[in-house]
Design a protein around this ligand. Structure first.
Ligand code: UD1
Length: 430
């Protein structure tokens, strides 16, 4: 099993480029099968989750043509099946987007119940409520969610909780429904907006994405498009935290600074310098940082997908910080691992009380999920001595060339496979 070997203790310095947003790409890939014409998608991140979804799309008969590493063409005219059973797809949460896409296009879909990161119970009741409101019959049978409808008819849908997945799935199911659908209390995340922009470029009529009321007027069909995925807010935020935690100076290019405001604001608050330009943000941390309070919230609040990374930074900051997780209940599983590196963190319910320590010491830790895995790598880079991070398969679900990008910033990090390679790394970096 592959691991990251890290020798920490040096600041990250330099420039890196951010790739396309994984979470936007997943929604866009699913939506791309909704036309019978060929769709070209650029700035596609080459990460495990998008590759698994592409495989699922091929498994129902769509044609997937990889033009280059970050460009893919999809043609959904040859789809001959609406059943997604691939065992692999269970592992990615966004498999359920194929439910909305296939239901919206063919009025029927059967998709294996999703898994994804183990960060708490992740119900799909709001997705089902939305499909039902549009006239679909939805049931669970033999581990599959089965949705079908004679006709899909627009409706007024109020989401009891802000859900990114439900908002995206309902948009896809409604885009070719008869009449108007209104989604209230919709998610406002950048990837919801990106999906709506993508579908509009295919001829859909979606208004209000980015606000909490989205209006969709059904159209009879969608057509081809060429579209470029937005930059990844969370990949960018992760490198911003890596700069802060290692007391570095990193310019993160190809970003939309507006999407990073909640993260920049917290970094400024704890004493980093932030410079923004049109499509880049520079983070400089020249001294020990200060404590603060953070609460995760739906966009434009502080993202839950950045919670472990900021906690790793705060656990090295002066004083006591409080991090409250309000979206997922099981997102502090990395705390035990971080404690092994010298952090002082107490978790009470959905709150972590963090007493800053001056240094981490390298240790052998395991990535419990995607974002926590990235956070532990940051901890390893900030720590004195060697660290090993196991289970990096989680990290590879959402970060393209994570180790190579970090090396470009001067990090001593390598992917190793077993004890021999680890010893070789240790000898090399001393
Ligand atoms: C998406 C992101 C994930 C991010 C999360 C919150 C993708 C592929 N994943 O996940 O990285 O952490 O948004 O920003 O884009 N809920 C219900 N019923 C439902 C659906 C959700 O109760 O039917 C609850 C969830 O348990 C959670 C909250 O709503 O407490 C938000 O979840 P949601 O926004 O749906 O997250 P995902 O779309 O799964």
């Amino acid at each position: 099993m592959e691991q990251y070997a890290i020798k920490g203790g040096s600041p990250l310095v330099g420039e890196i480029e951010i790739g396309g947003a994984k979470n936007a790409a997943l929604a866009i890939l699913a939506a791309a099968i909704m036309t019978d014409e060929t769709v070209t998608i650029e700035n596609m991140p080459d990460v495990r989750d998008t590759n698994v979804l592409l495989r699922a799309i091929e498994s129902v008969g769509a044609v997937v043509n990889r033009v280059d590493r970050h460009t893919v063409q999809i043609n959904g005219s040859t789809i001959n099946d609406v059943v997604i059973e691939d065992d692999y797809i269970k592992k990615i949460r966004a498999s359920y987007y194929l439910l909305g896409a296939l239901l919206g296009k063919y009025k029927k879909a059967q998709v294996v119940l999703p898994g994804g990161c183990n960060i708490g119970s992740r119900p799909i009741d709001l997705h089902i409520k939305g499909f039902k409101a549009l006239g679909a019959d939805v049931r669970i049978a033999h581990g599959l969610i089965v949705a079908e409808a004679e006709r899909l008819v627009g409706n007024h849908i109020y989401l009891d909780m802000v859900s990114v997945g439900a908002t995206i799935n309902i948009i896809m199911a409604a885009v070719m429904a008869e009449g108007q659908t209104i989604i209230e209390n919709a998610a406002k995340e950048p990837h919801v907006v990106d999906l709506a922009n993508f579908l509009n470029s295919m001829g859909a009529n979606i208004k209000g994405a980015g606000t909490d009321v989205i209006r969709i007027r059904g159209v009879s069909k969608l057509h081809k498009t060429e579209y470029s995925v937005i930059p990844d807010q969370i990949e960018a935020g992760t490198f911003m935290m890596a700069a802060a935690a290692t007391k570095g100076d990193v310019t993160i290019k190809n970003v939309i600074p507006k999407h990073l405001e909640s993260i920049s604001a917290k970094l400024l608050e704890i004493g980093c310098e932030i410079e923004e330009s049109d499509d880049a943000v520079r983070v400089v941390a020249s001294k020990r940082l200060n404590h603060t309070h953070v609460k995760t919230l739906p966009y434009p609040g502080f993202p839950t997908d950045m919670q472990p990374q900021i906690a790793v930074t705060l656990a090295l900051s002066e004083g006591t910080s409080i991090v409250t997780e309000s979206i997922f209940e099981n997102r502090f599983k990395y705390v035990d691992e971080l404690t092994r590196m010298g952090a002082s963190i107490k978790v009470e319910g959905n709150t972590a009380i963090i007493d800053g320590v001056p240094k981490y010491t390298g240790a052998h830790v395991s990535a419990p999920d995607l974002r926590a895995g990235a956070a532990l790598v940051i901890a390893g880079l900030a720590a004195d001595g060697f660290s090993v991070v196991d289970d990096i398969v989680y990290i590879e679900r959402g970060y393209e060339d994570f180790d190579a990008k970090l090396r470009r910033l001067g990090a001593d990090i390598e992917k190793v496979d077993g004890e021999k390679a680890l010893q070789k790394f240790k000898l090399k970096v001393g």
